[in-house]
Design a protein around this ligand. Structure first.
Ligand code: FES
Length: 150
């Protein structure tokens, strides 16, 4: 049985398998991530298994499966950033925050993602926190930057 909340999500869709991606996009827009409940409801609506939905959704980096934090950190893993230490920044952030990329800290203060080029390679290595870009980032500056975010 699909309740009203999901009725809104599914409105305008015929229940065909091709609806999967746009429905997932709508869920993520509304909830901020793909919840377990969403996968169950989509499975009923489209009559495909939860595993299939998870398989498709996890193929696309735009979909997340954990609740976002109050602040979202993106560490650039593009070539320019990678050769200038992006990988090390990502590793240090994972250690500092005690999470892996794709996860959210227990206090919901930060979530962390490793992403492809952020489009400002001349400033490598780059991290982005919410809408703020931090260029020529160093491990030493990381801690001080994180402190700006509650
Ligand atoms: S490679 Fe990092 S901004 Fe382009």
């Amino acid at each position: 049985m699909i309740d009203r909340e999901w009725g809104d999500i599914f409105s305008g869709f015929a229940g065909e398998q091709g609806d999967l991606i746009p429905i997932l996009q709508r869920v993520q827009e509304k909830a901020g991530y793909i919840t377990k409940g969403a996968i169950e409801a989509i499975s009923q609506f489209l009559k495909i298994s939860e595993n299939q939905i998870f398989g498709v959704a996890s193929f696309y980096s735009q979909f997340r499966f954990t609740e976002p934090g109050r602040n979202s950190i993106k560490v650039c893993m593009g070539t320019a950033c990678h050769v200038r230490g992006g990988q090390i920044l990502g590793d240090v952030l994972e250690r500092e925050l005690a999470i892996s990329a794709g996860q959210t800290t227990e206090d919901k203060r930060f979530d962390l993602q490793r992403v492809a080029c952020l489009g400002c390679c001349a400033l490598a290595p780059v991290i982005q926190i919410n809408d703020d870009i931090y260029s020529r980032m160093t491990v030493i500056r990381l801690k001080e930057v994180l402190e700006k975010y509650e």
